[in-house]
Design a protein around this ligand. Structure first.
Ligand code: NAD
Length: 285
């Protein structure tokens, strides 16, 4: 006790506060790639990763928003269409060139698709969505795993599925298909990569009022639907938590949880972030 007090006095109060702050950061020195990181859930996660001490590469097709965000959080931005394998490879390579390693992939880029009856699906639209939402994850896991194996990092790969991958619901058919596929992909990759200490998990959000969700609601309810209305609707219908709708920060916190070493024994897991929605609906059926 005396030794500790002496140490604390030598360090001074400010240093003590610094130590406390740094211990609150859960990703110090980690190198992360966030696909779809220019806005929405990806942007909130890129920000929270950086606040937790990580070096972040933002990979997206929204160059202006992505560059602005990267500049504001000390991250790097790269134009990357996840449907193109070579773009994804370049994004991973940027992390290696910049910091010499890759610890974390947050494979988050995705699109919602347009609502259509199963009987009149436009197959070109289906292929387009699958090339981004599903093959984009294949590209990302493939190249992130290669980099992690090369650098010998015991990395964490986090994909973004959805409640739609579990429940279907009102999402577009190819969207649900792609999100269910991600869970299968994540589990097989986790089986293979676990022996190298690489963890692979999914998060499955539900009802986060982002641009994607607002566009989805507008398809069903008309273009005049406001973000506030969407927030209220998902809060009332999509959560057991007294009308609370999920925020992008709720999802980002879950990504930090899975990215950090605190969850070193969690792999092949689909972490559902839905305020209880999918469990409650299942128990009614
Ligand atoms: P968003 O539209 O705000 O963000 C999606 C991001 O992905 C954008 O920055 C966009 O530019 C990027 N993107 C789209 N196509 C891309 C491509 N081909 N290559 C690279 N980047 C691309 O939507 P969001 O709600 O933040 O969605 C993020 C992820 O979360 C998606 O995978 C989505 O399916 C998933 N998700 C969202 C919700 C929700 O309620 N919002 C629920 C479940 C799952």
């Amino acid at each position: 006790m005396f030794a500790f007090l002496l140490y604390a006095m030598e360090q001074g109060v400010d240093k003590h506060v610094d130590l406390q702050n740094s211990s609150a950061k859960r990703m110090i020195g980690k190198v992360a790639v966030v696909t779809g990181g220019a806005r929405g859930i990806g942007a909130a996660t890129a920000k929270l990763f950086a606040e937790n001490g990580a070096y972040v590469v933002i990979a997206d097709i929204l160059d202006e928003a992505g560059t602005m965000l990267a500049d504001s959080i000390g991250a790097r931005y790269i134009h990357c269409d996840v449907a193109k394998e070579s773009d994804v490879e370049s994004a991973i390579q940027l992390a290696i060139t910049w910091k010499g390693k890759l610890d974390i992939l947050f494979s988050n880029a995705g699109i919602g698709g347009t609502a259509s009856s199963i009987t009149s699906l436009d197959m070109e639209q289906v292929k387009h969505l699958v090339s981004i939402n599903l093959l984009g994850n294949v590209h990302a896991i493939k190249h992130a795993a290669r980099a992690m194996l090369r650098c010998n990092t015991k990395g964490s790969i986090i994909c973004t599925s959805s409640s739609a991958g579990i429940m279907g619901g009102l999402a577009s058919h190819p969207y649900s298909l792609s999100k269910a596929g991600i869970v299968g992909l994540m589990r097989t990759a986790a089986c293979e990569l676990g022996v190298h200490g690489i963890r692979v998990n999914c998060i499955s959000p539900h009802g986060v009022p982002t641009d994607m969700l607002i566009s989805g609601y507008r398809m069903f309810r008309g273009n005049e639907t406001t973000p506030e209305e969407v927030k209220k609707l998902v809060g009332d219908q999509g959560s057991l938590l007294r009308g609370k709708a999920a925020t992008v920060e709720d999802v980002a916190q879950a990504a930090v949880f899975l990215a950090s070493d605190d969850t070193g024994f969690i792999t092949a897991h689909n972490l559902i972030i839905d305020g209880g929605y999918t469990s409650a609906i299942s128990s009614l059926s």
